[in-house]
Design a binder for this molecule. Structure first.
Ligand code: GDP
Length: 204
């Protein structure tokens, strides 16, 4: 599927700009700088389909990418949703407030959303802001998976410990998958497994 059509569809700064709900969606969430753009690029096999969030103010949009499907403008087989990054240190309260409203409303109301993937930096494991994101997801009707990123950045023994800690956190959350995926966009590690999980979750 990912070797065919993959294209940016649109950005939605507010719910009235969402695309028609005509395809199953998988959303990607994570702290700013967690490696979300890199992982979306690795997943889709594209060099720069997703771009890194440059400044906090520019991150308050949901970005939609169409994967598969025959004609341009027609419905895709799968739609990926790049959610705005969270946890940036110097964001003004109003920005945080807007982020919360957009993400919460999207998660609650989006019938075609099949799963959210919450990305967590392997070097840090789940932080307070990640747990807050998980709590928000627990309150929506959509299950989610935790995905460790940048696994090449730490030693194998440390990675095993972070994975165990992340799995322990997952078990505290009713809507979280108990298994944690481990990835490195740099080494293309865990990318096939991630693709398989995305397709299974989207029921493709
Ligand atoms: P985003 O803000 O979550 O979209 O994060 P980016 O994808 O822009 O990545 C943030 C930084 O981490 C960039 O400097 C990337 O090159 C780096 N990065 C992302 N993924 C990996 C990875 O798997 N391994 C390593 N070593 N660095 C990564």
């Amino acid at each position: 599927l990912f070797s065919g059509r993959v294209e940016f569809l649109k950005s939605a700064p507010a719910l009235q700009f969402l695309p028609d709900p005509d395809a199953p969606e998988i959303a990607f969430a994570g702290r700013s700088n967690v490696g979300k753009s890199s992982l979306l690029n690795a997943l889709t096999g594209r060099r720069s389909i997703a771009r890194a969030s440059v400044t906090p103010g520019r991150t308050q949009e949901l970005n939609f990418f169409d994967v598969g499907g025959l004609e341009e403008g027609g419905p895709p087989v799968l739609r990926l949703v790049d959610m705005p990054g969270y946890g940036f240190a110097k964001a003004p309260p109003k920005v945080v407030e807007n982020w919360k409203r957009l993400v919460r409303d999207f998660l609650r109301g989006r019938d075609v959303l099949r799963r959210t993937l919450v990305l967590i930096d392997s070097r840090h494991g789940p932080k307070k802001v990640d747990v807050e994101m998980m709590e928000m997801l627990d309150q929506s009707a959509v299950g989610y998976r935790l995905v460790l990123t940048k696994a090449d950045k730490i030693k194998a023994s440390d990675l095993a410990a972070v994975k165990a800690a992340t799995e322990a956190e997952a078990r505290k959350h009713p809507a979280a998958y108990p298994e944690v995926l481990v990835t490195s966009s740099e080494l293309k590690m865990g990318i096939d497994e991630l693709r398989a999980a995305v397709l299974a979750d989207a029921e493709i």
